[in-house]
Design a protein around this ligand. Structure first.
Ligand SMILES: [Zn+2]
Length: 272
């Protein structure tokens, strides 16, 4: 190598290194958003309880998840690492930004469908808790032309109906999972301002202004589906709640804000 060639080589190498460094630096910054700080201890306790309650009540099995918006920064939410909900503890919680990027992943495996939560929190400022479930009783209503409808007073919150998200409409042929921001955004759009959205051939996303609402709605939505299927199986005409009855139920306080049920459900799972 001549002197000039060596100088050229060194210059090119340092340029390449500088570029790689800048690129790598930007990549690192992207991978690690700044933390909003520790989640309030009461919210940690409720989120752990929510995971176990939904498993205990048969809404979640080994799959599905529940999250809460961060109490110190609305641009963050908290979700467990990839784990069966019945096993979740406080140390399993990961903080995410609304692009689904973890703040404190620390090499742990993540739920691929965290974008359901991220995009709903982005679209719905009124939502502070999100549940994603694959509850068996709800699947038929996502694949049939028979709509899921409020059939008893505990399900007054779906008085305006439950939309159905068909991932094919926005994304074509997929593995059915909402595992990027685009799919999450399409789901959030179909959810609109409703409390729940069925996902064709997959499950459901349920939202609420706080964890007891999202959890309670998930439980009663699943029961409503079972009751509706039973009522329809009887063969006669089925009388559903009138939209006005559902409205009055909501006006008089949706299931007493689930406070009584929440204490019961929580005690059942946290003393086990
Ligand atoms: Zn899923």
């Amino acid at each position: 190598m001549t002197k000039t060639n060596r100088r050229e080589f060194l210059r090119a190498t340092s340029l390449a290194l500088a570029t790689a460094w800048a690129g790598g630096g930007a990549g690192l910054a992207q991978q690690a958003p700044v933390s909003a700080g520790a989640l309030g201890p009461a919210l940690v306790g409720d989120l752990v309880a929510a995971n176990r309650i939904l498993a205990d009540q048969g809404v979640l099995d080994a799959f599905g998840h529940v999250s809460a918006r961060h109490d110190k920064n609305p641009e963050r939410f908290v979700l467990s690492r990839s784990l069966a909900p019945a096993l979740v503890t406080a140390t399993d919680l990961i903080e995410y930004d609304l692009d689904g990027r973890g703040v404190n992943v620390k090499g742990r495996s993540e739920y691929s469908e965290r974008f359901i939560h991220a995009e709903i929190y982005r679209a719905r400022r009124d939502v502070n808790a999100v549940v994603h479930a694959h509850a068996l009783s709800l699947i038929p209503f996502g694949v049939s032309t028979t709509p899921l409808r409020a059939i008893y007073h505990m399900a007054g919150f779906i008085g305006e109906g439950v939309p159905i998200f068909d991932i094919r409409a926005s994304s074509g042929m997929t593995d059915m999972l909402v595992k990027d921001s685009n799919k999450g955004r399409a789901l959030a759009q179909v959810l609109g301002n409703k409390p729940a959205v069925l996902m064709r051939g997959h499950g459901v996303a349920v939202v609420g202004p706080a964890l007891p609402f999202a959890v309670g709605r998930s439980i009663y939505l699943e029961l409503n589906a079972r009751i509706q299927a039973q009522a329809m199986a009887l063969g006669g005409a089925v009388t559903y709640l009138d939209p006005e009855e559902a409205r009055k139920i909501m006006e008089s306080g949706e299931n007493r804000s689930y406070e009584r049920a929440w204490e019961l459900w929580k005690r059942k799972v946290m003393t086990k």
